[in-house]
Write a protein that binds this ligand. Structure first.
Ligand SMILES: Nc1nc2c(ncn2[C@@H]2O[C@H](COP(=O)(O)OP(=O)(O)O)[C@@H](O)[C@H]2O)c(=O)[nH]1
Ligand SMILES: [Mg+2]
Ligand SMILES: [Zn+2]
Length: 304
């Protein structure tokens, strides 16, 4: 039978097949280790004579969400068959971290995944308009859903946005990811509030990847380790197009290989000066550019 990996570690995997959750081992032939099997993977499961279940094969993926960890310098697949990334921020407590937001959106673009922004804790704001910080994203064409896991505001629209897809929920600790999941899946009871991404304890910590079924083909993925969430295999040249609002200007720079930093005749920087591109987004771009340049230097490419 065919099922989907909900979570797994150390050779034991939880697979959803139909309405049943099966605890499965992995056939020895399938390569174990980072990246070879991930939450979201569709797998072929066989029931053995002793009643236990074994994953016999991993079906081809239509997409992956991966990151590169700087410490390990290799790509790690966080989730397979992902359809979209929801970057979660809070109106306040904590204040939105725009650099993390930009990194998450960049990771989505580089993995060819669509993305949108969830602005949670709208109950803590007196105003119905977007926080100033998020306006540039709406202007660039990102959908921003204002919701409150606490009061329920906007949750129907969110549910609709998730329907029939695998969505990765990503964002800093404390923005309310677990609370959103709990509101969407009554009875699940993910731990809220005190669970840091580094504390690898307790059955519902978000340390390992976790896929949560919302019924039918709808799934949410709660992702670990956003602190070092970096785009995988980032080439400096592909970075400008990742910033959607840069795109209309990219053909107008004087130099074809313009990196939009300090080159003369740069249309992107002109647009920043004319307030057509947010200076803050451009700053994020420069920070990511440096990361990409560092990573693409040949002497940084060696090693495991
Ligand atoms: N006021 C308010 N607080 C919220 C909301 N969602 C979550 N919280 C609180 O924010 C804190 C962090 O929530 P949690 O779901 O653990 O965030 P996570 O780290 O992203 O999973 C908890 O104290 C929640 O009760 C919301 O919509 N409104
Ligand atoms: Mg959480
Ligand atoms: Zn330029």
């Amino acid at each position: 039978m065919i099922g989907r990996i909900l979570r797994g570690a150390g050779g034991s995997y939880l697979v959803l097949a139909g309405d049943t959750e099966l605890s499965c081992s992995l056939r020895g032939r399938i390569k174990q280790g980072e990246g070879s099997i991930a939450v979201g993977d569709r797998v072929e499961v066989e029931q053995l004579e002793d009643g236990s279940c074994r994953i016999d094969a991993v079906l081809p993926r239509h997409s992956v969400l991966s990151r590169r960890s700087f410490a390990k310098r290799k790509e790690q697949v966080l989730a397979a068959n992902v359809d979209q990334v929801a970057a979660v921020v809070a109106v306040v407590r904590p204040d939105p971290d725009p650099f993390l937001l930009d990194r998450l959106l960049a990771v989505a673009e580089l993995n060819d995944l669509s993305s949108f922004i969830i602005c949670n804790k709208s109950d803590l704001s007196d105003s119905e308009s977007l926080p100033d910080l998020l306006q540039p994203y709406a202007d660039a064409g990102y959908e921003v859903l204002q919701v409150s896991a606490k009061s329920g505001t906007g949750m129907d629209a969110l549910r609709e946005r998730l329907e029939g897809r695998i969505t990765v929920l990503a964002g800093s600790s404390g923005v309310g990811k677990s609370s959103l999941v709990n509101t969407l899946v009554p009875g699940l009871d993910l731990r809220v509030g005190d669970v840091g991404e580094r504390s690898g304890r307790g059955k519902h910590t978000t340390t390992a990847g976790l896929l949560i079924p919302l019924g039918g083909d709808t799934f949410l993925a709660d992702t670990p380790g956003v602190q070092n969430f970096e785009p995988a295999a980032l080439e400096p040249g592909e970075l400008p197009a990742v910033f959607r609002e840069f795109r209309p200007y990219l053909d107008s720079c004087r130099f074809a290989d313009c990196r939009h930093r300090d080159e003369p005749g740069c249309a992107v920087r002109d647009a920043v000066e004319n307030n057509q591109i947010s200076a803050r987004r451009h700053e994020s771009y420069l920070a990511l550019l440096e990361t990409a340049e560092r990573a693409s230097r040949p002497w940084n490419r060696q090693g495991p």
